[in-house]
Design a protein around this ligand. Structure first.
Ligand SMILES: [Zn+2]
Ligand SMILES: [Zn+2]
Length: 364
């Protein structure tokens, strides 16, 4: 029996219960989770009572751990390997992987069902199958995942920091480094300075952006954004963020605007604060349904790009981000605001909604 955070019924709050985790089958790995981040997608899923996934479901998709058992037919992994888990599997042979859009891999659709490739799950509760968020179910002391959802990393890398790389870091960093085309000297605005936005800020810094404008409504987050590389900060509660960005860019707007929140209001802001012909990167999905005038894209020639998990090849991205951290180029320690136990997940959700934390990390 292992402890896990479960949604049992859509009208009931999340609970910590004992579940069973079976052995890995062909192409799978058994993992002991060491650390897991609390991400907005976990909160959204909890609030939506599983969001259409079959219940019960174990939450958690941003994590790092140690390989305990290697299933049949898996090459390249051994017991004791340290891994970062990826919220979508990457097969490396479908049309998306072949064309360099690895996070859109055909296998990634599997992650939305929370079931393994044979349509079953390895977790169970009182004999009944338990769905695993993102094919992972990381808020559990142990799990079984498809081998293509794991990436081996240097054992010297602390697993708490490594865990964050799997979703928030790779998404924000990738928004600035892979999705946006940022040239040295460009101006960049990032709306939302949580786990994703802060990494977009440091991604923009690593790409050599000259002016990096961070926008948020919480003073502490704006201060943190400065440490991550923001040259200017705007409090969107006390000032008009679009006007403030225009003031800082001679009236033009920024070359690249990144929306790390994803609401109707932030979408309107990111489009308005990006210069004519500039790039608007959508990297949040807090309230994804909206309508807008296409004139900004036709008459003003702006470019709209969507970002799914940084769009990169995780086998390359995760070790690269580990190396950047080890070289002192990528800030990860500063993202960890709180260390908690599985039982404290509800408090972590409250902190997240109050905008109090960059990331809470669950130590297992
Ligand atoms: Zn996430
Ligand atoms: Zn693929």
């Amino acid at each position: 029996m292992v402890k896990a955070v479960v949604i049992r019924r859509s009208d009931r709050p999340i609970e910590v219960v004992d579940i069973e985790v079976g052995a890995p089958k062909v192409g799978e790995l058994a993992i002991r989770i060491v650390a897991a981040g609390v991400c907005h997608s976990d909160l959204s899923l909890a609030k939506a009572g599983g969001a259409g996934m079959e219940l019960p479901v174990v939450l958690g998709h941003e994590a790092a751990g140690i390989v305990e058992r290697v299933g049949e037919g898996v090459a390249g992994f051994g017991e004791g390997d340290h891994v970062i888990l990826s919220p979508v599997p990457q097969c490396h042979h479908c049309r998306f992987c072949d064309s360099g859009q690895w996070t859109l891999c055909d296998s990634s659709l599997r992650a939305f069902t929370g079931k393994m490739f044979d349509g079953t799950t390895r977790m169970s509760l009182d004999g009944a199958a338990v769905t695993q968020m993102a094919c992972i179910g990381a808020w559990s002391e142990r799990t079984v995942v498809p081998a293509m959802s794991a990436v081996k990393i240097d054992k010297a890398m602390p697993l708490e920091q490594a865990a964050l790389i799997g979703c928030g870091v790779v998404t924000g960093y990738g928004a600035a480094v892979n999705v946006a085309d940022i040239s040295r000297g460009d101006s960049v605005a990032v709306i939302g300075c949580g786990g994703t936005g802060l990494n977009a800020v440091q991604g923009a810094r690593l790409r050599g952006a000259e002016r990096i404008i961070a926008v948020d409504v919480i003073v502490e987050k704006l201060e943190l954004a400065r440490r991550f590389g923001a040259t200017d900060t705007i409090n969107a509660e006390s000032s008009d963020a679009v006007a403030a960005v225009q003031d800082l860019t001679a009236g033009y707007g920024v070359d690249v605007g990144i929306d790390a929140v994803g609401t109707k209001a932030t979408f309107a802001q990111v489009v308005a604060m990006t210069r004519r012909g500039g790039q608007c990167i959508l990297s949040g999905m807090a309230a994804p349904d909206l309508s807008f005038s296409m004139m900004q894209f036709t008459a003003a020639g702006k470019i709209l790009k969507g970002n799914m998990l940084g769009m990169g090849d995780f086998r390359v991205e995760f070790p690269k981000l580990v190396k950047l951290y080890q070289d002192g180029e990528l800030m990860l320690d500063e993202l960890i605001t709180k260390r908690i136990s599985l039982e404290q997940v509800n408090t972590a959700f409250e902190d997240m909604e109050a905008g109090k934390v960059a990331r809470s990390v669950i130590d297992l």
